[in-house]
Design a protein around this ligand. Structure first.
Ligand code: GLU
Length: 293
């Protein structure tokens, strides 16, 4: 199958070093494979969005030389596709009326949230209004091989619980939209930050329910600061530019020759790219050498 990759930023601010790393890795993997590279704006979470951020990200990608194929898609315009998908899997979903407080004492999930204990699986209690639509999960462990992180296994029912696909007040959940869009756009390879590694089994469950193909996955380390915090989209945003390409390549395990001009780095990276060289860790602190101040 011809390679189709994608970069799917949330327009909550301009690109920062961490999102540059994700964009660069997915571009390098796609271009090294002679594949297509799409850009999709994940703009469903209205309150978190920053006006102008989507446009700023696109201009940054262009300035970096990370050119995409075809038209940029916007999730906010794709509601019909998500509704179709929800209709397809209606037998696997149910309305839930629980607030987070109601299951605040259930088991702790890996991301610090609470495992949903399935309270409304058997139907909403009389008088309880629906707040979310959840996907029924099961105890079958989901296993996949990440091209960098290796074998991953998760039992979604035990480790996450039935998860939200849509909130009753409207918005579609990221897990639903990402799966529907990757399938609709024919994405064969998902390359993104390892903060999404633990979401991948949920996405695979959803792919199976929808009867769509599971893409290959490659999760690169997330850039964190010395305090162990993920680099925020706001931090250093305005400085992201050509001078950050060499540090981003180095972060991914590729050290280009010192005499390469900034304009030659992408071609060099594309030719030398190999998933085997990417550090097999979930998070990493970028070296400050060569970084903009
Ligand atoms: N929109 C997500 C983010 O900006 C990425 C989603 C994905 O690549 O699947 O973190």
């Amino acid at each position: 199958m011809p390679y189709v990759g994608r970069f799917a930023p949330s327009p909550t601010g301009p690109l920062h070093f961490g999102s540059l790393v994700a964009a660069l890795a997915s571009w390098l993997d796609a271009r090294n494979a002679g594949g297509r590279w799409l850009v999709r704006m994940e703009d469903l979470d209205q309150p978190r969005q920053v006006p102008g951020a989507a446009e700023a990200i696109l201009r940054q990608l262009e300035r970096l030389g990370l050119h995409w194929d075809g038209a940029v898609e916007y999730q906010s315009r794709r509601g019909e596709l998500y509704d179709d998908a929800l209709r397809c899997i209606a037998g696997w979903t149910y309305s839930c009326g629980c607030t987070r407080k109601e299951f605040a004492d259930s088991a702790l999930a890996m991301d610090g949230s609470r495992v949903y204990p399935g309270t409304c699986r058997g139907g909403l209690a009389p008088g309880k209004p629906a707040r979310t639509l959840r996907l029924r999960t099961d105890a079958v462990p989901v296993k996949f091989t990440d091209r960098v992180q290796g074998e991953i296994a998760q039992c979604v029912e035990v480790e996450v619980g039935d998860f939200v696909l849509r909130r009753a007040d409207g918005p579609y959940a990221y897990q639903l939209a990402v799966v529907v869009d990757d399938a609709a756009q024919g994405v064969t390879d998902v390359v993104r930050g390892a903060d999404l590694l633990d979401s991948t089994p949920r996405q695979i469950v959803l792919q199976r329910r929808l009867g769509v193909v599971t893409p290959r996955y490659l999760h690169v380390p997330v850039a964190i600061n010395d305090a162990g915090e993920k680099l925020s989209k706001q931090a250093q945003a305005s400085e992201i530019g050509l001078q950050d390409l060499a540090p981003a390549l180095a972060f991914l395990g590729f050290v280009p020759p010192a005499d390469l001009a900034p304009g030659e780095l992408l071609a060099w990276g594309r030719a030398h790219w190999s998933a085997a060289r990417v550090p097999r860790v979930r998070a990493l602190t970028p070296s400050s050498e060569g970084r903009s101040p």
